[in-house]
Design a protein. Structure first.
Lengths: 385, 535
């Protein structure tokens, strides 16, 4: 066989339109989330959120999964508000700056230690805001990764032994919007027959046809996949398959026990570490073992190029800078209340991550604003919204 | 290439054999058309080619089917992946990935083909089917014709020798159908592919067929040249029926063949005129004023002004995505207009709910079974009677008028496409709405079922029901409509009497009109009626 023409795998230029490796986006986002986890300073946190939103704004694709950031933003806002409401309802006693006083409610004795209402201190509210914002920032980072990295392309990078798992996720991802679409169709039909479309009985009536439809589609898909050769070249001996399963199970068990050990369930933490290492080794072995047999090939898997490395590097600056930042800057005091300080070096290091926009290529378009588009995708979007 | 030897097949839940003692040989490089009524066993025949029947359906098979010497008795369907490519009616159901290029590669990945070969074949097939510009597109955003071409492309990459297509154009508008059929024809010509294709809309495909297989439950399955088959077959495209009515010999199969005879027929009919089907407007039933509708940033309907009166049968036509279904949804109050006004009998459909809705307007959706909820025909009818407060038995008696002998206890799912449509229509009619909307009613209907639908609709029109149909089916529009509205890009492009609109549009003119132009004839029945008059 002639050697594979490698040139196809290399981008013609760094700016050529293509999808950046999904793993690169995830790593970048995780690094930003790690920064967020290390600080309560609202200015740093808001900077991280701005960086993520800016990069998403300029580098998300037009595919449906790219819109997930909106949901995460809502969730982030909810987290902040919820966290603040929580301290307002059950305020802490500490703090010196009184904001306002709520009527106090007496609780039965078995709620001892819990207080409803009373004096609300600015200190506790500020602390709650900081903590809520930190969690919100982490959420936004995850949402950013989901909007930037295609879930199906991510699956291309997983080990061959996990192919089935990856495939079921891909199928599920395309199934979910169709379920929403089916549900709408059934609801419409009920409306057309002059029946109620709201309330629990109506919902129950939607459930069965939607499930039936899903079953039918699953069968159709299964037969279609079979006729396209799915499962064709897996000629694995039973013994080998059993061995793989044993390794895999043993490995997972080891990892679990190891985790428990590290969390301090056992008296000696060394046992935990040891089982963890054995578990990881076993699972790795199982994956390799099973992977040898899969004779499938991969079409244009994502490769790591210079842009991928550069994108990840941008997020490292902030993390390193934060290591050398004083704690008082990272975690401003809430008691006594003080305005957060800024370290300009740290701040600008965080903002270096925004350079991911310039280093990463533009994603190619996967849809176009044509009339045939509205039928499916917009209806689904409206459903989702 | 494909051999059926003494094939008899029976599904396990029926007590008759759907295919009996079938012996067929399909030589390589031919485009073979499979015709037959719905439920005659066409899909079963197609499914047998790569063993999906009986492997995925169950049932008893005797005899043998083999492709290129590989028998379905010895190999499961997946071992036919490099030999037989199967494309279903709705390709969405068989897409595994989410991007065009990945979908094309999927089959090859399963076969373990080397990355460089995969890359080359993807490029070749993209070019072959004119999909190069769509390579990065998400499958969900493709139009119907593009989707069908991607489905074909995705099975071609494994280099099969046989392509099996089950009603590839039934959901497509005329131009998208042509796009797909042209691609298929190129495959037969350039690659020497053997194509087995089932299709109800014969007028679209007969011209491409080398051979026709006739599947009929009452008679033996046989294959013959198209000219021989259509000389006697009950299922025939309009142009063949026109030839029969006018007594032409040899019978023309294509519009082009028929034009050679057209001069003679035109002179014969010089003094005759087609029956006029335009209703005199009496009372306005539907009034639409400056209707606009946006899906997000997309303007799906713009500046729609409409007046439809009692007893009109209006065909809404246009490309996939031109706004036909959206307009129907607005008329029945499923969608709220972005701006503009709709009134049905003076009432805004959005304010109608429940019984007052079904008494004013009824919609039969694209998938008629969506409307059906019960587990048997009779229960469906009882439910419908109670929904519309009709006298018990109303729905069933309407259903009986629309169709011929169906068991009361049959599950709606097991009915033929035509019967499902009749049942859904009966459910809608039980509440006696003056306005009836049908979305793509002839999808999957054979000629007999279509004839039944045409006569039902004509009767309803005579009873002063107003009917609006959204359809791609030019022949249906020519048969029943009194008025045709062409939509493009959400705007009304043409609105006029059926004779004027259909005979002047190149894409939406029926076969008879193409043959008879410049004379203004639309349907075989009109011509036959006029010829009868002359005698």
């Amino acid at each position: 066989m002639p050697s594979a023409p490698r040139r196809w795998h290399k981008p013609l230029s760094l700016t050529e339109q293509r999808f950046l490796h999904s793993g690169a986006w995830w790593l970048w986002a995780i690094l930003l989330a790690a920064m967020a986890a290390g600080t309560k300073n609202p200015i740093f946190l808001l900077s991280i959120i701005s960086v993520v939103l800016l990069v998403v704004r300029f580098r998300k694709s037009d595919a449906p999964w790219s819109k997930s950031i909106k949901g995460y933003l809502f969730a982030a806002g909810f987290v902040i508000i919820f966290r603040i409401l929580l301290v307002i309802i059950t305020p802490d006693i500490f703090g010196d700056t009184l904001l306002f006083t709520l009527p106090e409610i007496d609780l039965p004795s078995f709620f001892a230690g819990v207080k409803l209402g009373g004096e609300i201190k600015a200190n506790t509210v500020f602390l709650a805001f900081q903590e809520g914002l930190r969690l919100a920032t982490i959420l936004v980072c995850i949402g950013g990764a989901q909007s930037l990295a295609s879930p199906t392309r991510m699956l291309k990078s997983i080990p061959a032994a996990l192919y089935e798992v990856g495939l079921s996720i891909t199928v599920a991802l395309t199934f979910a919007p169709q379920l929403a679409f089916d549900a709408k169709r059934v609801r419409d039909a009920q409306y057309l027959r002059g029946r109620k479309t709201t309330g629990i009985p109506a919902l129950a009536k939607t459930f069965v046809p939607v499930l039936e439809g899903a079953m039918e589609r699953a069968l159709l898909l299964a037969s279609a996949m079979d006729s396209r050769g799915y499962g064709r070249r897996i000629h694995q001996s039973t013994l080998k398959r059993k061995l793989t399963n044993i390794f895999m199970l043993g490995g997972l068990l080891g990892i679990l026990l190891g985790l428990a050990g590290l969390l301090g369930v056992f008296s000696q933490s060394k046992i935990g570490l040891l089982t963890m290492i054995i578990g990881i080794a076993l699972s790795f072995f199982a994956l390799r073992f099973a992977g040898q047999n899969a004779s499938r090939t991969k079409y244009r898997p994502d490769k790591w190029h210079i842009p991928e490395v550069l994108v990840i590097t941008t997020a490292l600056f902030g993390l390193v800078a934060m290591r050398f930042t004083e704690n008082i800057v990272l975690n401003p005091l809430s008691s006594p209340l003080s305005s957060p300080q800024i370290n300009f070096i740290t701040l600008s290091s965080i903002w270096v991550s925004v350079l991911a926009i310039t280093f990463s290529p533009k994603p190619p378009l996967t849809s176009r604003p044509a009339s045939d588009l509205f039928k499916i995708s917009n209806q689904i979007d409206r459903q989702a919204a | 290439m494909i051999k059926f030897e003494n094939v008899t097949f029976k599904y396990s839940d029926t007590n008759f054999a759907i295919l009996e003692n079938v012996n067929l040989t399909i030589p390589s490089g031919e485009l073979v058309l499979v015709v037959g009524k719905t439920g005659s066993g066409k899909s079963t025949l197609l499914g047998l080619i790569n063993g999906l029947v009986p492997n995925f359906t169950g049932g008893d098979l005797t005899g043998d089917v083999s492709v290129n010497g590989r028998s379905i008795r010895d190999f499961p369907p997946r071992d036919f992946a490099d030999l037989v490519g199967v494309v279903r009616q709705d390709p969405r159901a068989s897409f595994v990935t989410d991007l065009v290029e990945d979908e094309l590669a999927y089959g090859m990945e399963q076969l373990g083909i080397s990355p460089s070969t995969m890359r080359r074949r993807v490029e070749e097939v993209l070019d072959l089917l004119g999909l190069a510009e769509l390579r990065n597109r998400s499958l969900a955003t493709l139009s119907g014709g593009q989707r069908q071409r991607v489905a074909i492309a995705s099975v071609l990459t494994t280099n099969p020798k046989v392509l099996v297509l089950d009603e590839p154009t039934s959901a497509l508008d005329p131009s998208a159908a042509e796009e797909v059929l042209a691609a298929i024809q190129r495959l037969v010509h350039d690659l020497g592919l053997t194509v087995v294709l089932a299709e109800h809309r014969l007028e679209r495909v007969v011209q491409y067929a080398d051979r026709v297989i006739v599947v009929d439950r009452e008679a033996e399955v046989y294959a013959d040249r198209p000219a021989q088959v259509f000389a006697s077959s009950l299922l025939a495209p309009p142009v063949v029926e026109l030839g029969r009515a006018a007594g032409w010999s040899p019978l023309p199969l294509t519009v082009r063949d028929a034009r050679k005879f057209a001069d003679e027929l035109r002179t014969r009919l010089e003094k005759s005129k087609p029956r006029i089907r335009v209703n005199v407007p009496t009372k306005t039933l539907v009034n639409v004023e400056n209707l606009n509708f946006n899906y997000g940033n997309l303007r799906a309907l713009r500046h729609i002004d409409l007046n439809i009166s009692d007893g009109e049968i209006v065909a809404l036509m246009g490309r996939n995505g031109s706004g036909k279904s959206t307009l129907l949804s607005q008329l029945v109050g499923l969608l709220e207009p972005t701006s503009g006004k709709i009134s049905i009998n003076g009432k805004n459909p959005l304010t109608l709910k429940g019984k007052s809705l079904i008494e004013s307007v009824g919609l039969v959706p694209q998938e008629p079974t969506d409307l059906l909820i019960a587990d048997s025909v009779i229960n469906e009818c009882i439910a419908s009677d109670s929904d519309s407060d009709a006298v018990p038995g109303t729905t069933f008696s309407i259903f009986e008028q629309l169709t011929t002998d169906v068991s009361e206890n049959a599950h709606p799912r097991d009915l033929s496409e035509g019967e499902k449509l009749s049942l859904a229509l009966a459910v809608v009619l039980a509440a006696k709405p003056p306005l009836i909307l049908l979305d793509e009613p002839t999808r999957g209907l054979d000629y007999a079922a279509k004839r039944q639908l045409v006569s039902s609709l004509q009767k309803l029109g005579k009873k002063n029901h107003t009917i609006i149909l959204a359809t791609h089916d030019v022949e249906l529009a020519a048969e029943v409509a009194t008025r045709v509205i062409l939509l493009a890009d959400g705007e009304i492009v043409t609105d006029g009497p059926v004779n004027e609109v259909l005979s002047s549009s190149p894409m939406f003119s029926p076969q008879v009109s193409k043959v008879m132009s410049p004379a203004n004839w639309l349907t075989v029945s009109d011509v036959a009626f006029a010829l009868e008059d002359l005698r």
